[in-house]
Structure formats: C-alpha cells, structure tokens
Design a protein around this ligand. Structure first.
Ligand code: COA
Length: 228
C-alpha cells in the first residue's frame, strides 16, 4: 500500500517526463524500467521488467522479469507464468521438500534443491524475452523462460510453451505456428533492417511507408545506399 502510494506520488510523475504514461490503477515496481513513449494501462502490474521504446501493456496484464523490445504491444490480461515445481524424481511437488523460500510458511530443507525459476536467462537476468514489433493477444500466457522473436504475433488466449520464431503467428493451447507474417525473404530483410532500433524521430518521418512492408524496405534500402 505504502509502496503503491510512493509510486503514485513520485515515480509516476517523474516518468511522465520520458513520455511514460502509467494509469492511476497500474503499478510498476522500482526495478521496472522504461525507455520512453510507453503506456501501462489500468490495473496492469509490472515487476522487474523493462519496456523498450514505444511498447505498451494492456489492462490488467501481469509481467514479471520480462524484457520487452521496442514498439511491442502486450494485450490486456496477458500474464507471464513464473515458478515451477518438480513433476518427476521428487516424491512430492510441495516446495517444503526443495525450496528454502517457505511458501507455506515452513520448509524441510536448508538449501534449494530444484531450479524453481528455471535456468534460462536473458540480458541482465530476465526470465522472459519479448522482441520488438511483437503483438501478444488478449489473455495469453507465457510459460517461464520463453523467448518471443521480433515481429511475432501470439493469438488471443494462447498458452506459449515453446519459443516463437521471428514474424511467426502462433495460436492455441499449447500455441502452435499458424503462418508467417511475410514470405521468408521479406522477413530476412525486415530483421536486417531492424527499423525499431532507429531514432524515434527518424521512425516518425518514415511512418507514411509503414502501410506496406515492401514499401518501407525499399525506402530503408534507398536511404542506406544514399549514405554510402
Ligand atoms: C491470430 C489473429 C491475429 C488472427 O490471425 P490470422 O492469421 O488472420 O488468423 P485467421 O483469423 O485467418 O485464422 C487462422 C486459423 O487460426 C485460428 N485462430 C485464430 N485466432 C485464434 C486464437 N486466438 N486461438 C486459437 N485459434 C485461433 C482460426 O480459427 C483459424 O483456424 P482454421 O484454419 O482451423 O480455420 C487473431 O485471431 C487474434 O488472436 N488477435 C488478437 C486479438 C486481441 O487479442 N486483441 C486485443 C489486444 S490488442
């Protein structure tokens, strides 16, 4: 409660200078950082996460330990699923037998015997990595350790149990590939161009070319040649 009040009174206001809009009922902990031009919508909670330039989070979403690239859209009620219990070898799934964290108020062990938070880590110890220009649909869930590649789309209500390759559209429980957003050659050109890494003002100038991927790519390639 005090942490929430402190957040509303101080941090929320300071972030507004970076064009970071955080709704009054949203919450971001002190370890969560923003690159700028971000939005966190009503009731969303962010813990130990990072939002790249222009990325936003929909209402009531819950992200933990998540690295999000630039220009990505995290839909309402999206959740990252953190924490695992052993389902083989150990006789019980109860953390009293493998974790020192005393989840139920007690533990039988003096050291951790199972990697509860997985072993996959991304830049600076994040458990999840969402690339740039990624759209995660309403109510989807990402299982611990997942990486979603640049340009990918996760359909509403999916449960993502495997990494999603760049520009792939996935759907369902568990999420399976539906189609690629573009032909392979276009995907390779978009990944090489990595338009999202450009300066915000340059992207704004190029905005009229975004209605067609081939148009944008031609323009970007033209600009690269002109700079040679
Ligand atoms: C995935 C999505 C973008 C559509 O992609 P698409 O490639 O145009 O897919 P289509 O509508 O042509 O459907 C292709 C197949 O996927 C299925 N499909 C589409 N969305 C699905 C979903 N959310 N879950 C499971 N299957 C889905 C369709 O039923 C269809 O199946 P079929 O081939 O057996 O008939 C869209 O369905 C979606 O989920 N959008 C997210 C909307 C959202 O969350 N909005 C709020 C946040 S901003």
């Amino acid at each position: 409660m005090i942490e929430q009040l402190r957040f509303i009174l101080f941090r929320r206001r300071a972030l507004a200078h970076k064009r970071v809009l955080i709704d009054l009922s949203a919450y971001c902990d002190r370890e969560t950082t923003f690159e700028g031009y971000n939005r966190v919508t009503s009731g969303a909670h962010l813990y130990q996460s990072r939002l790249g330039l222009a990325s936003y989070v929909g209402a009531r979403a819950r992200l933990s330990n998540t690295l999000v690239g630039r220009f990505s859209c995290i839909g309402p009620e999206v959740e990252t699923v953190v924490g695992a219990h052993p389902t083989t070898d150990f006789a019980s799934i109860h953390p009293a037998f493998f974790s020192t964290r005393a989840q139920a108020g007690f533990t039988f062990v003096s050291r951790d015997l199972y990697p509860e938070y997985g072993e996959r880590r991304y830049r600076e110890d994040f458990y999840f990595e969402i690339g740039s220009d990624v759209w995660i649909g309403h109510g989807s869930r990402l299982m611990q350790g997942i990486r979603v590649g640049h340009g990918a789309v996760v359909a509403a209500g999916s449960v993502v149990t495997k990494d999603v390759s760049p520009y792939m559209v996935v759907a369902g429980v568990p999420a399976r590939p539906l189609r690629q957003r573009f032909p392979e050659a276009t995907i390779q050109r978009l990944l090489a161009a990595a338009w999202w890494d450009m300066d915000f003002n340059k992207i704004a100038l190029l905005a009229p070319f975004f209605s067609r991927a081939d148009l944008l790519l031609e323009k970007l390639e033209e600009l690269t040649i002109a700079q040679l």
